[in-house]
Ligand binder design. Sequence first.
Ligand code: ATP
Length: 446
Amino acid sequence: MRGKFKSVYIGIDDTDSRRGMCTTYLVKVLVEKLKDLGVDLIGPPRLVRLNPNIPWKTRGNGAVCIRVGKGYGEKKVVGEIEGEKIYAFRYGKDVNIDLNDIIPLLKNYFVLEDSTTNPGIVTSKRKLPEWLYWKAVRDVVDIALVERLLEENDAKFFKFKNGRGIIGASAAIAWRAKKFTYELLTYLPENKWEEERYIDKNSVIDMDKKTKYTFDNYDYENNYIAISPHSKTPVLFGIRGLHPEELIRAKDMVKSTPYNAWFIFLTNQGTDEHLVKRKIKNVKPYQNVILRGKIVEEARRIEGGHTIFKIEDSTGKIDCAAYEPTKNFRNIIEKLRVGDEVEVYGSVRDEPRTINIEKIRIRRLAEVKVKVANPRCPKCGRRMESIGKGKGYRCRRCGIKLPEEAAEFKILEREIKEGWYEVPVIARRHLSMPLKIKGMKSFKMF
Ligand code: ATP
């Protein structure tokens, strides 16, 4: 793509492997190069999470997008590279960029030897249709459809290997950020990526307590730092939140291995945008759903420590699961009783067809009666005897029979309350809205 544009959107996806790299790092590489060419960021970089239930994702199914041009108007700090501040501008005007010079630069970072890495880069002078984002965050998108759409919209794409990354890259350009949060990511120098890194646990806890708008920093129940990635990627840590300026302060509270760059991304994390209300009979594999129903089979623990129960609505029944990694969340699930009305939030597993729960809302607890004694004989007043399971009672002396319901019951005092429950931070998905931020609004950067 060569020529004069007001601004250009660049979307990138599927460049990394499970063992290393991180697609967000390419934003740093790109911005550094573009800065030398006199090209600015228009708006903050974007990290867009897509369907978390796609089997071919590497980790968190994230794609990135930046808008570049000649910036003017208000500007905000969105990052720093080796001590130099990086700004994003509110508006962009015409600029000359030859993206053909830039692609080879990015290619150096692709983990092409990994069989599941299929990078895609998309450039477009305008935003792509919004429906593409919704389909990619909630469903499965076909690459041929994306290619057609890109051609129709005069966008360019670069595919490496099977090029599946153009799906995520395009969806990232299509995101309108109606609901959003931020994540500030810190990056290690390239010669430190393979080395051991260090994050001071107490400083993370301190940061978590001293900030108002950050979320998912630390799992107090499981004693787990949730801001650092599991593998040795360029990312040292990432702090999520609703307030970009607070995030900049928050990063300085974390004591860690030194890093030489950081960026704030605008993201769809914590928005629940992957979830769709459905009836049980319409549930399909790879979707993420909200189902409302009644418990028809109480939770049982199966091998591996997973907890499974069954719900029913007017269209059918389905198993729901709180898997072992959800830890104490399983104890809540095990307190549900037949007849409780719930709303289950989670992703659909194909085989066996199960909902992997992220969150649950207990809408109404059923009145659960437990038998405390056999009934008394209405004639002689003595306790009656059971005839057999489900067959009722008989008085030995008088021969009078009474049905099962005649026994003495008490209302069970329930150990849980109606309301919301979520999996612990350690098991949280990027797109899941934590209860901590429910009903809160993110601060606008511009
Ligand atoms: P990381 O989070 O470490 O960057 P990842 O988990 O994002 O990695 P990718 O390596 O990006 O995983 O792989 C996801 C792949 O799935 C990409 O090629 C992306 O284009 C594609 N993809 C994303 N969403 C969908 C979807 N809804 N339908 C079909 N393909 C999708």
